[in-house]
Design a protein around this ligand. Structure first.
Ligand code: PXP
Length: 259
């Protein structure tokens, strides 16, 4: 199982102050040293975290392959073609969303996707589509000639959180349905079965299969056990844990300095 580490949230912290620290470039060598296989970044149209300069430097300096997530706007596709990362993952993007809320509607957007995929392929960039785990989306992706698909695991992660952590703020709509634990367990098992079977179908069609969104230290195991998924892209939970894992050393360094 390959691990792509999404480092967007390092830039989120920097943008909170609009200064240069922390710089996502400083993460490149640490991610590599830690045994990850890929760096994932998302150049959003509103540049809320990773900006053009970051993307340029990350592609130029990384010793690991770069998976650059992007929407299909002409401006962004032109930039990605110019940067030539190893892979571009096309994602749906809405300005008002906090994070990528679901997969692409591949059916119905084929024309726009086709144009973007052709431009990316002309620049020797392999293409992945971020889709919901449905057979229709998988087959439509295959027809578009992409190398990879990435399943949005957000629904799985939200059901998991509902079941095991009583999250009050779960954004998933099933919260309001007040389902019993038994019903939630069944929903979770069903979602794992769906992701497993669509991954199998994708693999049969010759697609490479990744997964990501909302995966964390509690819920990752069941997804990592799906044999036809060969890569997971994880951001929020890794960066969140790193804050606490590094906090003690950071305080000691400052304590020593001011003493
Ligand atoms: N994969 C894709 C395509 C994404 O858009 C994201 C979120 O930016 C992730 C993986 C990582 O999600 P998370 O930050 O929840 O781990």
């Amino acid at each position: 199982m390959l691990l792509g580490v999404n480092i967007d949230h390092i830039a989120v912290l920097r943008e909170a102050r609009k200064i240069s620290d922390p710089n996502p470039i400083d993460a490149l060598s640490i991610v590599k040293k830690s045994g990850a296989d890929q760096i994932t970044i998302h150049l959003r149209e509103d540049r809320r975290h990773i900006n053009d300069e970051d993307a340029k430097n990350i592609v130029r300096l990384s010793q690991l392959p770069i998976n650059l997530e992007c929407a299909t706007s002409k401006e962004i596709i032109d930039i990605v073609c110019d940067l030539r990362p190893h892979r571009a993952t096309i994602v749906p993007e809405k300005r008002e969303e906090v994070t990528t809320e679901g997969g692409l509607s591949v059916i119905g957007e084929q024309l726009r996707l086709k144009e973007s995929i052709a431009l990316l392929h002309e620049n020797e960039i392999e293409v992945s589509l971020f889709i919901n785990p449905t057979i229709d989306s998988v087959e439509a992706s295959k027809d578009l000639g992409v190398e990879w698909i990435e399943f949005h695991t957000g629904k799985y992660a939200n059901i998991y959180a509902m079941l095991y952590s009583n999250l009050e703020n779960s954004p998933h709509s099933i919260k309001s349905l007040e389902l019993s634990r038994k019903e939630l367990k069944k929903l979770l098992d069903d979602e794992i079965k769906i992701i497993t079977s669509v991954s199998k179908r994708a693999k049969e069609l010759g697609l490479r299969v990744a997964g990501g969104h909302g995966l964390n230290y509690q819920n990752v195991k069941d997804i990592a056990n799906i044999k036809d998924i060969e890569e997971l892209n994880i951001g929020q939970s890794i960066i969140a844990r790193s804050v606490f894992n590094g906090l003690e050393e950071a305080i000691i360094d400052m304590r020593n300095l001011i003493s």
